[in-house]
Design a protein. Structure first.
Length: 270
């Protein structure tokens, strides 16, 4: 963690520490310290029903790093809009992108007050590039685009990243319209990168049921086909929409990596 202090030692008044929150539970599974007993309680309940959740969280972060490396490297992208950032952890988007090209500019967006509290750990840009943080809701894409324009040039290609967030929008039509609005605000040559949980095992379906009983906001698994539809109209980067460990696996990995209950992809706006 970029910030080593424990969450309970610095609780801002707007934080609701009685309701388990997605960013903090995710942080718990990733081995972070920025979570509260309520988060750990639900996190443990889900772990019991779905022990693969920790591997799932790590594999999802590993996909984020490989996708950003691809975008900043092969695809030549220099601007990133990472919505649903989560708490700072290892390999945050700006660190991965700026390790490839220090001039990359990254805007982070989240609506959880605890992420805002830790945002300074995300604002550690290389001198050649820039980072910014916007406290906003994905349901307000116009505000996100407007405020992103402080840091990003919206006339130049941007990689929009929706990692583990669209599942928080239950309705497919609403989620589709948010994605379309975001993509309409960026030029051809921009990318959509996303990753979300799939309803591909009984264990993960049970985990989502437990989550939705108590955690905030609720999370809705989709089938891989429903996730693939978010890329309609885009040119999918090979190998298309797949389970995260199978998207550009590290060359050192032996054989085909095992799938997890998630689907991810990277698509280019033509
Ligand atoms: C499961 S975490 C994923 C974090 C990170 N993207 C990753 O892949 O490791 C989901 C994040 O989305 C944020 N989030 C959920 N709903 C949101 C919304 N409507 N607007 C903005 N952020 C939201 C949560 O606060 C949380 O930080």
């Amino acid at each position: 963690m970029a910030d080593n202090s424990s969450a309970s030692s610095q609780v801002p008044p707007e934080l609701n520490t009685n309701v388990p929150q997605t960013a903090r539970i995710w942080n718990y599974w990733l081995g972070g310290k920025d979570n509260f007993p309520v988060d750990r309680q639900v996190g443990d309940q889900i772990l019991q029903a779905f022990p693969a959740i920790v591997e799932n969280a790590r594999a999802s972060r590993a996909f984020l790093a490989r996708a950003v490396r691809y975008l900043a490297g092969e695809a030549g992208i220099r601007q990133f809009l990472d919505i649903g950032t989560g708490l700072p952890t290892a390999n945050n988007t700006h660190q991965v992108a700026q390790a490839v090209a220090p001039e990359c500019r990254i805007v982070y967006v989240d609506n959880d007050p605890i992420v805002l509290t830790h945002a300074r750990a995300l604002l550690t840009s290389s001198p050649e590039g820039a980072t910014d943080y916007i406290d906003a809701d994905l349901r307000d894409p116009d505000k996100i685009l407007q405020q992103a324009a402080r840091t990003l040039d919206l006339t130049q290609p941007i990689a929009i990243m929706l990692m583990g967030i669209l599942g928080h929008i239950a309705d497919d039509d609403e989620a589709q319209s948010i994605v379309k609005r975001l993509l309409s605000g960026v030029p051809a040559g921009s990318y959509l990168t996303m990753n979300d949980g799939t309803d591909t095992s009984e264990e993960v379906v049970e985990a989502a049921r437990i989550w939705n009983q108590s955690a905030n906001p609720t999370y809705h698994l989709r089938s891989p086909d429903r996730i693939a539809r978010f890329f309609d109209g885009l040119e999918l980067v090979e190998p298309g929409v797949v389970s995260p460990p199978r998207w550009h696996p590290e060359p050192s990995a032996s054989g085909l990596p095992a799938e997890i209950d998630s689907a991810c992809g990277v698509g280019r706006k033509p």
